[in-house]
Ligand binder design. Structure first.
Ligand code: BGC
Length: 391
């Protein structure tokens, strides 16, 4: 047992520690670039930041950690218009199904294909796929799942070509008229969508169920956007609550930064901290309880813990983003922009404000955070369009 102040202090990071995280991320990138051991992956996307917006109508799929969304999207005269959208949770709130755990890979992709088919309607089309898990790509339409994250645990998918699984599932329901043409990570989708609106966008980041960022790396034989898989960064100072949460997770040792910053884990971190401080939380406490707690709808001690966990998450994400902004190629004179999406950015103003406040401090230059709602879906349509132009 500890006092609430001792527990709160366990989540406080000094300025020096935050600069240390920034430099640790930079060192991990540099190590990966020269082929040394690193907790960052820098997975190639085979895409660069777009100059201008192509036109046409495309299908877009957003396969995230909590929901499957699909839409028909029209790109025209520099504008994007979502024409028809279907969204389904991976886990039914009424308990009738769970596509995160208790199904086979074939059943999971059959579920995904049904959502795509419903959004497409009668007409088929070319499909861009935002897939929010680490995948090894050999071109823009070939990607093998490395491993599940965010506590997703469907057996048999790891190592498989995700676009083949999707095409087979679409074929099985007779939708040969829907052709998957591009797969991108959700951070890459957010960067593409952000750059289309604001050309100074150099980094894409997600803080939702999971956490990750991407940027365009110049020091490659072929410069392109790389998916850093920064949620796996293992150099942030961890406290005893982080260690306990990691031990009880699906994959101990993996995704250490994600476990300190993302929606899948923040609620649980507060629960562990509250247990130590003797603060009683409601039985149905979860990540979605954080926003009301910060909005004054809870007792003072709970709010103190939620604030400490949220602020630390924002500081850590700012330190990581600062490292990426310092590496990214900037247009002379432009203030670099980080395109951000995900429920933690959208629903926790304290998190967003903390990232924005610390980003320029830790980057040691001006830098701006720009919320990019629906980046995952819009980026998928943009990627499909670019993939077709390059055929
Ligand atoms: C995945 C990333 C993804 C991030 C945000 C992480 O768990 O590994 O690929 O970008 O979640 O969705």
């Amino acid at each position: 047992m500890a006092t609430i102040h001792e527990v709160r202090r366990a989540f406080c990071l000094s300025r020096a520690q935050l600069f240390g995280v920034r430099d640790g991320v930079t060192a991990a990138i540099e190590a990966r670039l020269v082929g040394r051991e690193s907790s960052l992956a820098l997975l190639p996307s085979f895409l660069r930041r777009p100059a201008g917006l192509p036109s046409g109508t495309y299908l877009a799929l957003d396969f995230g950690g909590s929901n499957i969304r699909a839409a028909r999207i029209e790109l025209a005269a520099g504008r994007l218009c979502v024409q028809r959208q279907v969204k389904r949770p991976l886990v039914d709130p009424a308990g009738r199904y769970d596509y995160r755990q208790r199904v086979t890979t074939t059943e999971l992709f059959a579920f995904v294909a049904a959502v795509v088919s419903e959004a497409a309607g009668e007409a088929g089309g070319l499909l861009g796929h935002t897939f929010s898990f680490p995948a090894d790509q050999t071109d823009v339409n070939t990607a093998c799942l490395r491993q599940w994250t965010k506590e997703m645990a469907v057996a048999g998918a790891e190592g498989k070509n995700v676009q083949q699984l999707l095409a087979a599932a679409l074929g099985a329901i007779g939708r040969h008229d829907i052709e998957p043409v591009a797969l991108i990570n959700d951070t890459v989708a957010t960067l593409l969508a952000g750059a289309q609106r604001e050309p100074a966008t150099v980094v894409g980041t997600i803080c939702g169920t999971g956490h990750n960022s991407c940027y365009e790396e110049a020091a490659l034989p072929r410069p392109m956007i790389v998916n850093a898989e920064s949620g796996n960064f293992d150099g942030a100072p961890a406290n005893c609550f982080d260690e306990a949460l990691d031990r009880q997770s699906q994959f101990p040792g993996r995704q250490r930064l994600e476990k300190m910053t993302s929606g899948q884990y923040l609620g649980e971190l507060v629960r562990l901290a509250a247990g130590e401080a003797g603060v009683a939380l409601p039985d149905d406490w979860r990540a979605a309880s954080l926003a009301p707690a910060l909005g004054g709808k809870t007792d003072h001690d709970t709010a103190t813990l939620v604030r400490a966990v949220t602020e630390r998450a924002g500081q850590l994400v700012a330190a990581e983003l600062a490292a990426l902004v310092r590496r990214a190629v900037l247009a002379p004179g432009a203030t670099p922009v980080v395109a951000a999406d995900g429920a933690v950015f959208a629903r926790l103003p304290l998190f967003r404000q903390t990232v924005q406040a610390w980003l320029p401090v830790l980057a040691e230059q001006p830098a701006r955070l720009q919320l990019t709602p629906d980046g995952s879906l819009l980026g998928a349509a943009i990627a499909a369009a670019w993939a077709c132009e390059q055929r």
